[in-house]
Design a protein around this ligand. Structure first.
Ligand code: GLN
Length: 194
């Protein structure tokens, strides 16, 4: 099983390392054609405006929408969550607009630039170690969205069918269970298609 990491900007290598801990192969994705080689895709943290611009420039908006419409799983972390959202609270235009959520950018940043904590994630037995860096918050979710983590009354992990998002960076710790959760989503689609 191969899982791609969108490699236009941001924390790519760390995600590849975490994917490989699950036993899947991690592949940096720099060109749209490479999406054909992978069964799942991670959109990493970084700066969402920059990632969005580069996605437009290199044809990734249509290509990733198409990837998602085939039921292939996508996991957005931090800036990756922002580019998956249908709505951005500031009113700026969305990017992929695939997931029925509204996000507020840099929502924790005003209080604390970055911090670490342990979080309960629905579907994972023990608490997951999370690193937040100028993190976004999910401020609204549509009826199809399953909330997986609420932290201080705020939604920070959620899933809608084949889409998974986290406000924090699961790739910056040794704890790869959220990557394992995503790898299991990718595996389940593969099994269903056999
Ligand atoms: N603050 C960034 C943005 O709005 C996201 C931060 C991150 O990915 N660590 O794009």
């Amino acid at each position: 099983m191969k899982i791609g990491v969108l490699a236009l900007q941001g924390a790519v290598t760390e995600h590849i390392v975490s994917i490989e801990k699950t036993g899947a192969v991690g592949l940096p994705i720099k060109r749209v054609e490479q999406l054909e080689e992978v069964q799942g895709l991670i959109i990493p943290g970084g700066e969402s405006t920059t990632i969005g611009k580069l996605m437009r420039k290199y044809g990734f908006i249509e290509a990733i929408r198409d990837f998602s419409s085939q039921g292939k799983p996508i996991f957005g972390t931090c800036a990756g969550l922002i580019v998956l959202a249908q709505r951005i609270a500031s009113g700026e235009p969305g990017h992929l607009e695939l997931m029925d959520i509204t996000v507020a950018r840099n929502a924790f940043g005003r209080q604390r630039e970055s911090f670490e904590c342990d979080l309960e994630v629905k579907g994972i037995n023990e608490a997951v170690r999370a690193v937040f860096i100028r993190a976004p918050l999910i401020t609204e979710v549509g009826p199809e969205v399953d909330v997986l983590t609420v932290y201080n009354n705020e939604i920070v992990t959620a899933r809608q069918g084949n889409l998974l998002v986290s406000s924090f960076h699961p790739e910056l710790t040794d704890d790869y269970r959220l990557h394992q959760y995503f790898a299991d989503m990718v595996q389940a689609v593969g099994t269903a298609n056999k």
